[in-house]
Design a protein around this ligand. Structure first.
Ligand SMILES: NC(=O)c1ccc[n+]([C@@H]2O[C@H](COP(=O)([O-])OP(=O)(O)OC[C@H]3O[C@@H](n4cnc5c(N)ncnc54)[C@H](OP(=O)(O)O)[C@@H]3O)[C@@H](O)[C@H]2O)c1
Length: 164
């Protein structure tokens, strides 16, 4: 099963200025890429902070949110399962692709669990200097570059495969 991280990042490695920032600084091409990829996959996994920036589930996708809170939104599934348990359950339920949509704590948890197969990183032409980094703990992950696409004059998409 394909389990991929999908993230937009500044040129200096940040995914947000703070934990409750709604990401409105990505290019229209990246927004389209995110929408199309995640709709194709059908399953979107995110953390509570990221969900709270959206305020409601993203339409046309199964929204699974890691949270200790009770999210009163019938279309949202909350979970506290380990990444391995969740991925295994989704596989049994018939998923063939799963998008790990952040934020930093969720990217880190899934990468450390060894269940991520692919990483899609959009590099936007911005630098924040400080903020929320893509990852927040030590990891030791080796990647191979599978493809580079230019979204527009200033934005590139990097597709990596995780070496198991
Ligand atoms: N640039 C991008 O591509 C991108 C993508 C995604 C997000 N972001 C941004 O990243 C920021 C949020 O990142 P973040 O790292 O602060 O937060 P996050 O990963 O979105 O969410 C963290 C929250 O997830 C829940 N959680 C984490 N591990 C859990 C576990 N094992 N069991 C149960 N719940 C668990 C907790 O929620 P509760 O507090 O509800 O218990 C925790 O507070 C936002 O600004 C968002 O907009 C950027």
């Amino acid at each position: 099963m394909k389990v991929y991280i999908i993230a937009a990042m500044t040129a200096d490695g940040f995914i947000a200025r703070n934990s409750n920032e709604l990401i409105d600084w990505t290019s229209s091409e990246d927004k389209k890429f995110f929408r199309e990829m995640t709709k194709k996959s059908g399953v979107l996994i995110m953390g509570g902070n990221t969900y709270r920036t959206f305020k409601e589930p993203l339409p046309g996708r199964r929204n699974i949110v890691y949270s200790h809170q009770n999210i009163e939104q019938p279309e949202v599934e909350t979970t506290r399962e380990s990444p391995a348990q969740l991925v295994q359950r989704l596989k049994i339920e018939g998923a063939s692709q799963v998008a790990i949509a952040g934020g930093s704590s969720i990217y880190t948890m899934f990468l450390k669990a060894g269940v991520v197969t692919d990483i899609y990183l959009t590099l936007e032409p911005l630098m924040f200097g400080k903020g929320i980094k893509l990852l927040q703990e030590d990891v030791n992950t080796k990647l191979t570059l599978n493809g580079v696409s230019k979204f527009n004059e200033n934005t590139v998409l990097l597709h990596y495969k995780v070496i198991k």
